[in-house]
Design a protein around this ligand. Structure first.
Ligand SMILES: CC(C)(COP(=O)(O)OP(=O)(O)OC[C@H]1O[C@@H](n2cnc3c(N)ncnc32)[C@H](O)[C@@H]1OP(=O)(O)O)[C@@H](O)C(=O)NCCC(=O)NCCS
Length: 168
């Protein structure tokens, strides 16, 4: 079954919140950094659509798509595709962030998510795509290099964590 990237919908609430709980404490958020569980899911979906269009962006956000990775109706992961970069993103975060729910890893979905996200970013005018990952993240290094990532350098963030900066 092919993987598709699509907007989050009403039916994703349960699986997405379960994934959020699964990722807790891993250093990677399944849902966006500013997701607030007190906001009704239906409102959050509308907010994501506004942010994709660049409407009513808060100061700490740039125009970006937050998409569900779907295989045969099942949520397997997610992609965050930033069409513009702020100070944080240009150094550490990059244009694209992705995650695969652990039960679905090592099936090629991470690679499929990044590959399709690059196409979406290009369609929104991003020609050179910056993708970063922790130097220790063996799976992500493989995913990025398989999608054509060219290593710019290994840098250190403000917490001293070594991370790789790639351009596609
Ligand atoms: C990194 C991540 C997205 C990889 O997703 P995935 O669906 O397992 O990726 P793929 O199946 O496309 O794997 C691509 C390659 O990496 C390898 N790989 C994936 N995870 C690996 C791991 N933990 N250790 C070693 N190799 C790994 C796969 O085996 C595959 O190589 P192969 O075909 O030669 O066997 C997933 O582990 C994840 O969501 N991690 C937590 C969040 C995260 O780190 N996101 C990236 C932030 S930059």
């Amino acid at each position: 079954m092919p993987l598709v990237l699509r907007p989050f919908g009403p039916a994703d609430e349960g699986p997405a919140l379960a994934a959020r709980a699964e990722f807790e404490g891993t250093g990677f958020d399944f849902l966006p950094f500013d997701f607030d569980p007190r906001t009704p899911w239906s409102e959050w979906i509308v907010l994501m659509e506004r942010y994709r269009q660049g409407v009513d962006l808060p100061e700490n956000r740039t125009r970006a798509a937050f998409l569900a990775a779907d295989v045969d109706g099942q949520l397997v992961g997610r992609a965050s595709i930033r069409f513009e970069l702020n100070d944080f993103l240009v150094f550490r975060g990059g244009h694209i962030g992705y995650g695969v729910i652990s039960a679905f890893r090592q099936k090629g979905y991470g690679t499929a998510i990044l590959r399709q996200s690059v196409v979406i970013a290009r369609n929104e005018g991003v020609s050179d795509v910056l993708v970063t990952c922790d130097d220790s993240n063996v799976g992500s290094v493989k995913v990025i290099e398989r999608c054509g990532g060219v290593l710019e350098k290994i840098a250190f963030d403000e917490e001293g964590v070594a991370f790789r900066r790639y351009w596609i």
